[in-house]
Design a protein around this ligand. Sequence first.
Ligand code: PAJ
Length: 281
Amino acid sequence: MKIIRKIEEQQKCSLNMKCRDKKISLIPTMGFLHKGHLSLIDTAKELSEKIVVSIFVNPTQFGEGEDYEKYPRDEKRDLDILADKKVDIVFIPIVKEMYPEGFQTFCQVNQLTKKYCGKSRPGHFKGVTTVVLKLFNIIQPDIAVFGKKDYQQYIIIKRMTEDLNLPINIIASPIVREKNGLAMSSRNKYLNHEQRKEATVLYESLIYASNLIKQGKYGAGFLRKEMTNLIKSKNNTRIDYIDFVNPETLKDVQKIEEPTRILMAVRVGNTKLIDNMEVKP
Ligand code: PAJ
């Protein structure tokens, strides 16, 4: 496994793989790896010969007062995990080279970024698309794999790739959960024992809604209310949003008449957790 920190070295290495006709898959991450990240590597391995994982806690996607400084980092542990997983390259750029003095060019997807997570985190998705576009330019992957855990992020990146005619196949990989249903996330580290138990209410409420839909309850308003009551029954939870959306356009849906994605964000203590699920009538 090669560890690359310099942008120029990664560019040379990618060019070399391409000259040898090797298909490259990229899995962008912010590190502190868990089984969710590893499942993206498994998905990528089915699709291409060469696997590049990037680790970069991207400062431009964190707002003021957010957790950039205290975002969990453990490079040594991540590298051990990736070596075990037999990935080909780990790209770990440094902030000063990604954003040198004078940096002022950003990539912005206009509409899809306004709602849901974009509402409470203005500028967040602009930081995400900018860094992902930079990683695409540096690594030149044929395929890039993203988790459905961050469903809005996946749709935004798909839109950017299409809008900018990038020759990259964007693949979505399923959500990996703990045994109790909690979607895996590096930020779960912030939860204490009690909060971890309460955090399972996100998944429980999604399952509850999908069961109500199976019983013929199709109204988004009714379903939101039912989910809200369940979530509010737990201490220390505060709902940020629960929305029913078209899985491609992310436009609001009033009635579950076709496949719909439920998107949700809930604060457990001070930690914002997100989850989502597809439901069908
Ligand atoms: P990060 O939160 O590290 O996630 C990296 C990738 O892992 C994302 O595509 C995310 O959706 C996926 N992922 C995280 N938890 C998952 C789970 N439980 N199941 C399946 N996939 C999961 O998302 C980011 O980093 C950043 O915004 C990034 C795209 C790297 C840009 O900085």
